[in-house]
Design a protein around this ligand. Sequence first.
Ligand SMILES: Cc1cc2nc3c(=O)[nH]c(=O)nc-3n(C[C@H](O)[C@H](O)[C@H](O)COP(=O)(O)OP(=O)(O)OC[C@H]3O[C@@H](n4cnc5c(N)ncnc54)[C@H](O)[C@@H]3O)c2cc1C
Length: 457
Amino acid sequence: MAENFWEELGTKFKTAYEEAEKKRKADFAMIKNLPGILSYLKDLQGEELLLLLDQARKIKKRKNPKFPEINGDFYNTFDLLNAEEKAIVLRVREFMNTEVAPIVDDYWMRGEFPFHIVEKFKALNICGLTYSKDLGGQERSNLLEGMIGQEIARVDVSTCTFFGVHSGLAMNSIYLCGSEEQKKTFIPEMIKMNKIGAFALTEPEVGSAASMGLKTTCKRQGDTWVINGEKKWIGNATFADYIIVWAKDVEDHQVKGFIVDRVTAGLETEKIEDKMALRIVQNALIRLKDVKVPEERRLQNANTFKDTARVLKTTRAGVAWQAVGCARGAYEHTLKYTMDRRQFGRPISGFQMTQDLLSQMLSQLTAMQTLVSRLSQMQDEGLMSDEQASLAKVFCTVGCRAITSMSRELMGANGILISNKVARFLGDAEALYSYEGTKQINSLVVGRAITGQSAFT
Ligand SMILES: Cc1cc2nc3c(=O)[nH]c(=O)nc-3n(C[C@H](O)[C@H](O)[C@H](O)COP(=O)(O)OP(=O)(O)OC[C@H]3O[C@@H](n4cnc5c(N)ncnc54)[C@H](O)[C@@H]3O)c2cc1C
């Protein structure tokens, strides 16, 4: 027998006695009040009694409400897709929920890329969906592509950026600016994701002003081009097979594009560390020192920055969809949180001011969703203009920033914990806001179109 056996038994007995005594006192208090309660009830009319019962039921319901299903697609834009397209989006949803959601916080915190998911990603067969079938594409709609972007970003914006840099920026550069031969050489393997692409436009000293003066130069020497300079922020660049490098020709001063193998003499990549957004995306600083590229690797239909802008137009629409996905993920996590979190004896989702913020978030999200859906429909009809893509990029990234911020607010202190999801969305929204043309630059594109005057310089 343990030395302190009697002592422990005594403590247990005392605790049990005290609990029983507390309950007895509570029961007694109720019984003591019973005559009063009964006399009050006795004097009530039948109708008043019913009202009282109704009130009691309401209080019970308020404390333990039955929650409706969480739906971040309030105007049902999903229904704009046909059955086959919906099935593709649902496959992506399943993949993101089962393969990415469980690991994303960990990889985001470590700033590493989960290479093991790429093989499974390939199997989704969602790359180059809008491309012609002879190149391995599926000739599907931009609307479907946008909805897929939303679905990926709804779980993780970094994964969406990895995919967008490869299938949007890099592949579209070749698809829109390459010769027929270049398309046939590079696109099919990139569609299968056997070869991964990156897109190098931004430089340490030239960001927004890329159209005015890249410092990276290219010089033709016979059938070879020699490229010198530096590029910054280049997503996927640490591991991509091909990097689309944009450089200014020293002869005609026009911007030209090149499909450069990452493993080329003179090209070095250095990972950018310590980001507070899109930490899974491997952004790099690239140094190019006398990098030699054959003429056959120069994008044959990229002759001025206007051609680079043709690529950016398509990807800006893609970033608008990413912002919708990011905002939707944050909204849905937050709504769930407000249903689970209880203060003052009831879920915080039942408070008026919480509902005001939730409906503000939803109205902004719905406006963004319907806007990008229409944008993609116009793109499918061949009618989308630069300024329409820019307007959507601005509207959706501004909205995304606001929604993720309200999400954080509604979660109180728990909102700053990565494990509660919205802090990651909040950080990632900052990168969406700035890349592919900042809010100011895209607003200037819109401003130029609606006033007929360029205010860039
Ligand atoms: C996570 C991430 C990934 C990226 N991936 C890539 C990539 O893969 N490839 C690539 O090429 N680039 C990439 N970028 C770079 C991105 O496109 C640039 O950051 C962006 O174009 C802005 O350039 P900047 O950061 O140099 O800002 P700056 O041009 O220095 O601008 C700083 C501020 O000044 C404002 N500003 C500048 N000019 C004007 C003006 N005329 N009028 C009013 N305001 C002005 C801007 O709006 C901004 O607020 C990435 C960036 C990030 C953050």
